[in-house]
Design a protein around this ligand. Structure first.
Ligand SMILES: Cc1cc2nc3c(=O)[nH]c(=O)nc-3n(C[C@H](O)[C@H](O)[C@H](O)COP(=O)(O)O)c2cc1C
Length: 184
């Protein structure tokens, strides 16, 4: 597929909003409309070689889904459907939402679960993001002093979201484009 696929999980809509912002900045020529992962079959995601995937944080660093107390199915239910897929030809950038003040001891910790799943299936993971500008005690989603993807706090720092997305996309888009060119 010669476009970027954008998929998100959500319980209360914030991650959908961010996915839409990402889509509108990339534009229809580069990306397909974001899809809620609760309505996606594995082959729909696997048709893309360049992906942007998003998740909120719920539970104790769980992926969102019924088992984490969410209202709807989400990543938790989707992940097992991948069932041993080979993702070694995929390049994937992640974004995650959390609330740093309320959940300071596990800020945006679900993001690492998504990272582990797709990294574990062989995908090349890109889009690390600085922890500067955030105040929290601990996040499982930090490796080598950086978040494993873009982290956004729509509860505590909504005013910073648009600029963070803009800067992050300027970083990851040039890394996703060569994958699209290869697929074309
Ligand atoms: C029950 C519950 C548990 C949460 N757990 C965490 C958490 O562990 N870490 C965190 O950073 N944010 C946590 N949050 C905050 C959400 O991740 C945040 O509000 C996010 O923007 C929600 O995204 P959504 O609207 O797409 O579902 C939690 C929120 C709720 C309601």
């Amino acid at each position: 597929m010669s476009k970027i696929g954008i998929f998100f999980g959500t319980d209360t809509g914030s991650t959908r909003l961010v996915a839409k912002k990402i889509f509108s900045l990339l534009g229809e020529e580069l990306a397909d409309k974001p899809k809620n992962i609760n309505r996606v079959k594995p082959e729909e995601l696997l048709q893309y070689d360049a992906l942007i995937l998003g998740t909120p944080s719920y539970g104790i660093g769980d992926l969102p889904g019924l088992g984490a107390g969410c209202q709807e199915r989400s990543w938790q239910e989707f992940v097992p459907t991948l069932d041993g897929a080979d993702l070694s030809d995929k390049r994937i950038a992640l974004f995650g939402l959390g609330h740093q003040e309320r959940y300071a001891s596990r800020f945006a910790s679900s993001l690492i679960q998504l990272y582990r799943v797709f990294y574990g299936y062989g995908a090349e993971m890109i889009g690390r993001w600085s922890t500067e500008g955030y105040t929290f005690e601990h996040s499982d989603s930090v490796i080598d002093d950086q978040f494993v993807g873009l982290v956004l706090d729509q509860r505590g720092q909504p005013h910073l979201t648009d600029e963070r997305i803009r800067v992050w996309l300027a970083q990851v888009t040039p890394q996703l484009l060569p994958v699209l060119a290869e697929a074309a």
